[in-house]
Design a protein around this ligand. Structure first.
Ligand code: 3IO
Length: 339
């Protein structure tokens, strides 16, 4: 075999190099892959909002950003969510702030019994509070959005019609909701939502205290036949992103994410409010759910019992050198603004 002249070899190498570069360059500039972790099952509202956000981001960036979603705690679980995002195990994570009340004092104030009447208002108020106070708890992440659940209600195996019925009764709840149950005389058992189905099956708890859409999404209505309408206290959520991953994003992509923040908050609130209604209907039609309405005076009494939670929270905030009174005033003001 005759050897190719040197110049031919060199030009062949150069041409392939050009092809490799041409081929390679657009693909690195074009797609950013981001992993998004979530703790509860795919059917539940935190994951529904995650899929909606993914769809919008992929559409608005013309496919230049691809979001890989990990529901059900497959990448990070409820309690290690924010630390996992800070350390880069996931690029994005959705967390419930009520699971770490001491870590998210400011934003958890929107979960106090302050009369926020639905998830839409709760979510928009939470987002305003975040923007205004920029709590230190989020200094190591980029916050993409925040939202709140609908107000909480008691779901239980036996009917709860009076405070007497609640005495010592074991119900699963976290954060402010757990404090409230305690004040009413119940026995709150703390754990993330993702562990609740097993605890109910095992009989460690006899019900739970949170937003009602879980009756359908976790099929709790199959064995929890009673709802007592308390309609108070929300569970605040945040979606956070790894700072490095954020800094590496092209400016126009960052803008797409930022433009989605308030919109995603409101979308999730609206979805939650609508889905709670659907879940109640579904539970009544398929599982014979009984809804217990407290008589007006009784309801006022239940609400009154929770009032010290506000002053206690203000005290706790003060100890941490946070403007507790101003934050509570702002929550109330924002909530009338969004009515
Ligand atoms: C919740 C958490 C995960 C999936 C569905 C949910 N519905 C309401 C919540 C609020 C919450 O975090 C909780 O623990 O009750």
């Amino acid at each position: 075999m005759k050897r190719k002249p040197f110049i031919v070899t060199v030009s062949l190498i150069m041409t392939s190099l050009v092809f490799v570069l041409l081929d390679y360059k657009p693909s690195i500039a074009q797609t950013v892959n981001l992993n998004y972790a979530n703790f509860p099952p795919a059917s539940t509202f935190p994951c529904v909002q995650m899929e909606r956000w993914k769809t919008e981001v992929e559409k608005r960036t013309n496919g230049r950003v691809k979001i890989n979603t990990f529901p059900g705690g497959t990448l990070l679980n409820a309690k290690n969510m924010i630390n996992g995002v800070i350390s880069g195990v996931a690029d994005i994570g959705c967390l419930c702030m009520a699971y770490q009340p001491g870590r998210f004092i400011v934003t958890n104030a929107t979960g106090l019994p302050l009369g926020l009447s639905n998830a839409r208002i709760g979510s928009l108020v939470l987002w305003e509070i975040y923007k205004k106070y920029k709590p230190k708890a989020f200094s190591k992440v980029k916050v993409l959005t925040m939202f709140n659940t609908a107000p909480s209600n008691i779901m239980s195996k036996k009917p709860i019609r009076t405070l007497q019925d609640l005495k010592g009764y074991e119900l699963r709840a976290s954060g402010n909701a757990a404090i409230a149950l305690g004040l009413w005389g119940g026995a709150a058992v703390g754990m993330p939502m993702s562990q609740t189905p097993e605890a109910l099956q095992k009989g460690t708890v006899q019900g739970l205290f949170t937003a009602l859409e879980v009756m359908k999404d976790f099929k709790f209505a199959e064995y929890l036949k009673y709802v007592t309408r308390t309609d108070t206290l929300m569970y605040p959520f945040a979606v956070v992103m790894n700072k490095n991953a954020w800094n590496k994003l092209p400016k126009d992509v960052q803008k797409v994410f930022d433009n989605l923040s308030a919109e995603q908050s409101e979308w999730t609130g609206n979805y939650m409010d609508k889905h709670v209604e659907e879940a109640i209907q579904w539970s009544k039609e398929n599982h014979n759910l009984e809804i217990i309405q407290l008589p007006k005076e009784e309801k006022e009494n239940w609400d009154r019992i929770l009032e010290p939670m506000i002053t206690d929270w203000i005290e706790e905030a003060k100890e941490k050198e946070l403007p507790g009174e101003a934050i509570i005033k702002d929550i109330k003001a924002f909530s009338t603004q969004f009515k």
